[in-house]
Write a protein that binds this ligand. Structure first.
Ligand SMILES: [Zn+2]
Length: 462
C-alpha cells in the first residue's frame, strides 16, 4: 500500500450555516469564507445554495462550522482594556500598582490575553499599562511574534495627564517632599501646548498605537481622601456631608488649547486619540478637540449631556461607555448610563463596546455586550458595535489592518458560538471556536495546543 501525501492548498474554507454579517446588521445562512493559509486574510466570501450543501465536499484543511445551534461571528473587539490589571474586587488598582512585582503583573497579563482570545476577543484596544511604562507595546510584539497567544493588540503605553493629576493619592509624604511612600507613576505628565506635543512624541517613540490622555480626573482627591487612597483609615472624610457623589468630582486636567494640541500632534503621527472623561464637561472639550473616542462619561453634573452627544455626532466621535465597569465599580450611575447610551444610539452617536476590562477579569469581556442588550439595543446593533465599531475605535484604516467584517482583504478572525444570540442571552459566553489571522486557537470548546515545543531536527538523528 502506498500513501500519497497531498500538499495543503494555498487556501482553506470555513463553512457556516448561520453567520452574523455586521455590514448588513443581519444573520445570514450558508456562507463560506475562503482564507489564505500564508497571509491569514480572507480571499473570498460566498453564499452556497441549499442544494450544494447536500453534497458539500469538505476538503482536507477546511473547517466545518455548520450545524444546529452554531453561530459564526467575526472575532470580537474589546475597545477598552488594561491587560496589566485584574479584578479590582480582588485587589484595588492602587495596590496592584504599588505592591505587585513587575514580573507578577507581566505573568498575569500573559494569562489575561490568553483568556481573552479563548473568549472570542481577537482584538484588544489596551488603554494604559497603569504604572508599567510601555510593557504593553512589548507584550503586543510578543503576541505578534507568536511567543504567547493573545488578541491583536493596539496599545496606548502611558496615558498623558497634566502634573499632579493621575495618579497622586498618598498621605505618607514627608514634609520636605522627599521620602515617604512612593507610588509608581501611572501617567506621563505634561503641561502646556509645547509640553503635550512633547508628550505625544514620547508616546510615539515608546511604541504607542493610540494616544490616550486624561481629559479629567478626580484630581482634588487629597482634599477629601477616601478609602481607595493610600490613607490611614477605611473611613472617608465626610465633608462636604450633603452630597457624597460630588465629594471628589472629576474636573478637567487640560485646557482646550492643550487638548487641541494633543489631537493635532497625534494626527501628524497618524494615530487615533482616546480621551478619558468621567464627566460630560471634559468630554465636550475633548469632542471639540476632535478626539477619536471618549471613554466612560459616567456623570453629567453640569447638565451637558445633550450638548455633548450633539457635538460628538457632529464630530464623529466614538463613545466607549464601559458599562461593565459602571456595573462593578460605580453601580449608582448604572441607570443613568444605560439611559444615556440608549439616547446616544437613538440620535446616531457612534458607540463601541469596551468593558474597561481589567477592572473586571479578562475572559469575562462579553459582559459589556450583555449590558448593551440590557440597555435595550438590538443584538444586531450590539454585535456591529463590537466588531466594526471596535475597528473604528482602534483607528480604522490607521491601524493598517481590516478586521471585524467579511470581505476580501479582512483578517480571518472567525469565532463560533454554540448558541444563537437572538435566542440565548448567554450565547456570547459559549464560544466554541476561535480563529485569529487564519490560525485556530480553540476548537470544539477546547484550547488548541498553544505552546510550540522544539522538535529534534534530522541533524540530531545520529
Ligand atoms: Zn480604563
Amino acid at each position: 500500500m502506498t500513501l500519497r501525501v497531498v500538499p495543503l492548498s494555498k487556501t482553506f474554507t470555513v463553512h457556516s450555516s448561520l453567520l452574523f454579517d455586521p455590514k448588513q446588521k443581519a444573520f445570514r445562512k450558508n456562507i463560506s469564507i475562503e482564507v489564505d493559509r500564508d497571509t491569514g486574510s480572507i480571499t473570498n466570501v460566498y453564499e452556497r445554495d441549499d442544494e450544494d450543501d447536500l453534497r458539500l465536499q469538505i476538503h482536507v484543511g477546511d473547517i466545518d462550522l455548520r450545524g444546529a445551534g452554531k453561530c459564526v461571528l467575526p472575532g470580537l473587539v474589546d475597545s477598552h482594556t488594561h491587560v496589566f490589571l485584574h479584578s479590582y474586587t480582588d485587589r484595588p488598582s492602587i495596590e496592584q500598582m504599588r505592591d505587585a512585582s513587575a514580573l507578577e503583573r507581566i505573568i498575569r497579563a500573559t494569562s489575561h490575553v490568553r483568556a481573552a482570545l479563548l473568549a472570542g476577543f481577537t482584538t484588544y484596544r489596551d488603554l494604559g499599562t497603569e504604572a508599567l511604562g510601555n510593557a504593553d507595546a512589548q507584550l503586543r510584539d510578543c503576541i505578534n511574534r507568536g511567543l504567547v497567544p493573545g488578541p491583536r493588540m493596539f496599545v496606548a503605553t502611558d496615558a498623558l495627564a497634566s502634573n499632579g493629576s493621575y495618579e497622586i493619592r498618598r498621605e505618607n509624604k514627608s514634609l520636605s517632599g522627599s521620602g515617604g511612600l512612593i507610588v509608581p507613576r501611572a501617567s506621563d505628565p505634561c503641561d502646556g501646548v509645547d509640553g503635550v506635543r512633547a508628550g505625544v512624541r514620547r508616546r510615539v517613540g515608546d511604541g504607542a498605537d493610540i494616544i490616550k490622555f486624561y481629559a479629567d480626573y478626580r484630581r482634588k482627591v487629597m482634599r477629601f481622601p477616601g478609602p481607595g487612597t493610600s490613607n490611614t483609615s477605611n473611613q472617608s472624610i465626610l465633608f462636604p456631608p450633603d452630597d457624597p457623589r460630588r465629594r471628589n468630582p472629576a474636573v478637567p486636567l487640560f485646557g482646550q488649547d492643550e487638548m487641541d494640541a494633543i489631537v493635532r500632534e497625534a494626527k501628524l503621527a497618524e494615530l487615533p486619540v482616546a480621551a478619558h472623561a468621567g464627566e460630560t464637561k471634559a468630554a465636550l472639550m475633548a469632542a471639540r478637540a476632535g478626539v477619536t473616542t471618549v471613554e466612560h462619561m459616567f456623570e453629567d453634573s453640569n447638565g451637558l449631556l445633550d450638548e455633548t452627544l450633539k457635538e460628538m455626532k457632529r464630530q464623529g466621535t466614538i463613545w466607549v461607555p464601559t458599562l461593565a465597569t459602571v456595573e462593578s465599580a460605580a453601580p449608582q450611575f448604572m441607570e443613568d448610563c444605560l439611559a444615556a447610551v440608549g439616547k446616544a444610539v437613538k440620535i446616531g452617536v457612534r458607540v463601541a463596546t469596551g468593558g474597561d476590562t481589567g477592572v473586571i477579569d479578562h475572559g469575562l469581556n462579553a459582559r459589556e455586550l450583555e449590558l448593551f442588550v440590557k440597555a435595550g439595543i438590538p443584538i444586531e446593533e450590539v454585535l456591529e458595535m463590537a466588531t466594526v465599531g471596535g475597528w473604528e475605535a482602534c483607528g480604522g484604516e490607521l491601524t493598517g489592518y481590516r478586521f471585524g467584517w467579511w470581505e476580501k482583504g479582512c483578517r480571518a478572525d472567525i469565532i463560533a458560538l454554540d448558541a444563537d444570540p437572538r435566542e440565548d442571552e448567554k450565547a456570547l459566553r459559549k464560544v466554541g471556536f476561535v480563529m485569529k489571522d487564519g490560525k485556530v486557537w480553540k476548537r470544539d470548546g477546547r484550547a488548541v495546543d498553544m505552546i510550540t515545543v522544539p522538535e529534534f531536527p534530522p541533524s540530531m538523528d545520529n
